[in-house]
Design a protein around this ligand. Structure first.
Ligand SMILES: [Zn+2]
Length: 460
């Protein structure tokens, strides 16, 4: 069932009502469902966490829609139980057609920690979190792992409101549009509707957070009271100094952009989304290494990518962010630390090659076709490092700055990047790109532990 092409939810407009004391929540609103495929759809499979049940599904004109729901386990994991909802439409959804469905559901979350360690999502007085990992909001998929994963890769827009008792604050990765106060409750409104930036999920975190703002870079930090000091000083300082550094080197990239950091309880897993990160409690400690923030902030300077398989290669996001992190480490912590980081990337690449030879034999340009974009975190930054060594400091920053600036309102391709590099450096880089981007000579340079200067010689 995994490879079956299904319609997708292109937009979520949901109102959440959270009751931390009774560990309960309800949600209602409109899902926009789109069919990208040429066959007509009549049945739509929807998944929710097993603690949730659907009360109603209807058309916007209030006409009810028939559906069934049953608890069912994934064939791959017995413990992964879901509420499987089958919507029986009274019409067919044709190619490129959209359908808006009104849905109401409610219940509790019990996590899935026996299958996925970090997915402990629940509603509680101390800390609540609702994520797609826990299927806290509807996802169109069949009740099996492959189908669910395929769905989670599809881009979405969302506008959600979250109502909580007034002592609570809601953190989310979207743009915080408004906070309303009403009858001992607060309603937080978040939105993400930027077609050029792909979101795949939204995460809702609820606790008695303090909200630390920085107007300059439109930064929100949601931290627990005990970490207020660290958030206000160390975390904010690191985020701002790296943001300023990238702005200085690459130019201001997106107008009205924003960044959000949300503290999550220990054991719930740190993770990065578009323009936001969920950070576990320990990451607010004084003696913590904050360099992962350099990587995450670096993502603000990612261009939009034209072709799906080039985007999935993760070169223009993960290779860029991973190398930007090294540039920031060099700037703030010195050249030695930067070199250590590059060697860490190399070691990880070699480890991956030893586990699977395909990591060696698939060139960067093909990562997307094989879903091997994780190599863009290791070999990806080495491509940029060797390029940097070839063209020198001045030209390298000029290349990145010009490439990003010229493509602010366009979508880029590998060829565009190649062209920018050659025009600005005034060098013939055919051999370099054939070895690093389109070919695999570069894999052996890394594997055989060549120094960067030897790599430069071999690549020209
Ligand atoms: Zn990243």
């Amino acid at each position: 069932m995994g490879q079956v092409k299904l319609p997708r939810i292109s937009c979520y407009v949901l109102d959440f009502h959270i009751e931390p004391k009774s560990q309960y929540f309800s949600s209602k609103g409109v899902l926009t469902i789109k069919n990208d495929f040429s066959f007509e759809e009549r049945n739509i499979p929807l998944l929710l966490h097993y603690g949730l049940s659907v009360k109603e599904i209807r058309h916007e004109n209030n006409v009810g829609i028939k559906f069934t729901q049953e608890m069912i386990s994934f064939p791959e994991y017995e413990e992964l139980r879901v509420n499987y909802i089958n919507i029986c439409l009274d019409l067919t959804l044709k190619k490129n057609e959209e359908l808006k469905l009104y849905i109401e559901y409610e219940g509790r979350l019990y996590g899935y920690s026996s299958v996925m360690r970090y997915v402990q999502d629940s509603i509680s007085e101390e800390f609540s979190i609702l994520r797609n990992d826990c299927i806290a909001y509807p996802i169109i998929a069949y009740p099996n792992y492959t189908s669910l994963m395929e769905s989670c890769l599809k881009p979405i827009e969302y506008k959600i409101s979250v109502s909580v008792p007034e002592e609570y604050t809601v953190g989310c990765g979207g743009i915080l549009r408004n906070i309303e106060s009403k009858a001992n409750r607060k309603i937080f409104i978040y939105e993400r509707s930027e077609p050029t930036i792909l979101s795949h999920r939204f995460d809702i975190c609820i606790a008695e957070y303090c909200l630390i703002r920085d107007e300059d870079m439109n930064l929100n930090i949601f931290a627990s009271n005990k970490h207020k000091d660290a958030a206000e000083t160390l975390v904010k300082y690191e985020v701002k100094r790296v943001y300023d550094y990238y702005t200085r080197m690459f130019g201001k990239y997106r107008e009205n952009d924003y960044f959000t950091i949300i503290e999550v309880k220990e054991g719930y897993g740190s993770q990065a989304g578009d323009n936001y990160i969920l950070m576990e409690e320990h990451a607010f400690n004084n003696n913590t290494d904050y360099t992962h923030l350099y990587h995450e902030i670096g993502h603000i300077w990612n261009p939009s990518v034209k072709l799906y398989h080039e985007q999935r290669s993760r070169f223009f996001d993960e290779a860029f962010a991973s190398y930007f992190e090294v540039l920031a480490i060099k700037e703030f912590l010195g050249e030695e630390k930067a070199k250590e980081k590059m060697e860490e990337y190399r070691r990880q690449f070699i480890k991956n090659v030893n586990q699977n030879k395909k990591n060696f034999s698939i060139p960067i340009c093909e990562y997307g076709r094989y879903e091997m974009g994780y190599n863009s975190y290791t070999k990806g930054p080495w491509l940029l490092y060797v390029l940097h060594e070839i063209v020198g400091d001045k030209k390298f920053f000029e290349i990145i700055r010009t490439f990003l600036n010229e493509n602010k309102k366009k979508e880029v391709t590998f060829k565009d990047f190649e062209k920018s590099c050659e025009i600005i450096s005034r060098l013939n880089l055919k051999k370099f790109f054939s070895q690093w981007l389109y070919g695999i000579e570069s894999s052996s340079y890394l594997y055989e532990d060549f120094s960067v200067s030897v790599m430069v010689d071999m690549s020209l």
